[in-house]
Design a protein around this ligand. Structure first.
Ligand code: BDR
Ligand code: CA
Length: 314
C-alpha cells in the first residue's frame, strides 16, 4: 500500500523535484501540496507550486497556500539561489492548476482528521505551517505517522556558517516540531550534499525526451549555475527530494537516533541544529537523523518518477 503523504514546500528548484518524486513514485500517495514562504514570498512559492503541477500533469491533488511569514521573525528569502521568481530558468506556461480556498493548515488538519490511516508530512521549506498545525490543533499529532523534513545539518550551514536555510528562516517552528513528540526525521545538508545533480544525471533526464524532463533539466541547470557561483559546487545538491526518498524507500537514506536542539538565541548561530550524535548531553532522542545517502538508488527513483509523469502528461 502506498504511504499517504502531504508535501509542504516553498518551490524552489529542489522542491519542484521533490513534488515530482512524490507525485510520480508509486510508493507514495500524494494527498495534498501546501505552500509556505521561504525561498520566495508565499505568493511566488504558491504560483510556482501551481506551475510545477501544471507541467507535471498533477491535477487531482489539492494545492493550498499557508503562512506568508515565519512565526515570529521577518521573512528571509533565497533569491540568490532560486532567482527572482523562486523558480528561475525555464519558461513556464500559464498555470492551469488552481489553489483551493482553504489555508494550508486547515487543509492539513482536515485531511489528517478524515484520512483512514495516519499521514506522513514531508516539509521541504521552513516549518512554519507544520508548527502552526501542531500548536493550533493538538489533536492533529495523533493522525501524523511521522514528519520527515529537509532542513538542518549535523555539520555546518548554508545560510550562515552555522545554520541551514529552512531552519534559519523559522527556527521557532523547527523547535516546536522537534519538541512535539511526533516521530521526526531530519534530512539535513550532511546527506543532501550527497544528492548531486551531476552532468550524468542531467544527461539521463534529458534522454527521457519528454517536455517535463526538459523542464526538469533546465531547472537543475539553473540551480547548478547559482551553486557554482555562490559556493563553488561543481554539481548542485538537490536537497528536498531526499526527504521524499526517505519515505518512499527508507533504505536510500540511512538514519541514526539522536537529540536535536535548535539554536534560537545564539549571537552567531541562530537556526543551527545541534545534533547530539554521541549522547554527550544525555537528552532524550527526539529525532531520526539522516547520515548517509545511496545516491545511485536515489537518482534512479527520481528519474523514474520524472519519466512516469512526463509520459503521462505528453
Ligand atoms: C533548503 O533551502 C532551500 O533553498 C531549498 O529549497 C532547500 O529546501 C536547503 O538548505
Ligand atoms: Ca525547499
Amino acid at each position: 500500500m502506498p504511504v499517504p503523504v502531504i508535501i509542504d514546500c516553498d518551490p524552489g528548484h529542489d522542491d519542484a523535484v521533490a513534488v515530482m518524486l512524490a507525485a510520480g513514485d508509486p510508493a507514495v500517495e500524494l494527498l495534498a501540496i501546501t505552500t509556505v514562504a521561504g525561498n520566495q514570498t508565499l505568493e511566488k512559492t504558491t504560483l510556482n507550486a501551481r506551475r510545477v503541477c501544471t507541467v507535471a500533469g498533477i491535477t487531482g491533488v489539492p494545492v493550498a497556500a499557508g503562512c506568508a511569514r515565519p512565526l515570529v521573525r521577518p521573512l528571509t528569502v533565497a533569491d540568490d539561489v532560486h532567482g527572482e521568481s523562486g523558480l528561475d530558468g525555464p519558461r513556464f506556461p500559464d498555470p492551469a492548476v488552481d489553489i483551493v480556498p482553504e489555508h494550508a493548515v486547515e487543509l492539513m488538519h482536515r485531511i489528517l482528521a478524515e484520512h483512514p490511516e495516519p499521514v506522513t508530512l514531508v516539509p521541504t521549506g521552513p516549518l512554519t505551517n507544520v508548527a502552526l498545525l501542531l500548536t493550533r490543533y493538538p489533536d492533529a499529532a495523533a493522525h501524523i505517522r511521522e514528519i520527515v523534513f529537509m532542513g538542518g545539518s549535523t555539520e555546518r550551514g548554508n545560510r550562515t556558517p552555522a545554520a541551514e536555510f529552512n531552519v534559519y528562516v523559522d527556527p521557532e517552528a523547527a523547535d516546536i516540531v522537534l519538541g512535539s513528540g511526533v516521530p521526526v526525521t531530519m534530512c539535513g545538508l550532511n546527506v543532501t550534499h550527497q544528492a548531486l545533480a551531476t552532468p550524468e544525471v542531467l544527461a539521463r533526464l534529458e534522454a527521457l525526451g519528454t517536455e517535463l524532463s526538459r523542464i526538469c533539466a533546465e531547472l537543475l541547470t539553473y540551480f547548478a549555475s547559482t551553486y557554482r557561483q555562490l559556493w563553488g559546487f561543481t554539481a548542485p545538491p538537490v536537497h528536498d527530494p531526499v526527504a521524499v526518498a526517505r519515505v518512499i524507500d527508507p533504505e536510500t537514506v540511512r538514519c541514526v537516533d539522536a537529540h536535536v536542539a535548535v539554536e534560537l538565541s545564539g549571537r552567531y548561530t541562530r537556526g543551527a541544529t545541534v545534533v547530539d550524535l554521541h549522547g554527550y548531553t544525555g537528552r532524550p532522542v527526539n529525532a531520526r537523523v539522516a547520515v548517509a545517502l545511496d545516491a545511485a538508488r536515489f537518482w534512479d527513483r527520481v528519474i523514474a518518477a520524472v519519466d512516469t509523469l512526463g509520459r503521462r502528461v505528453r
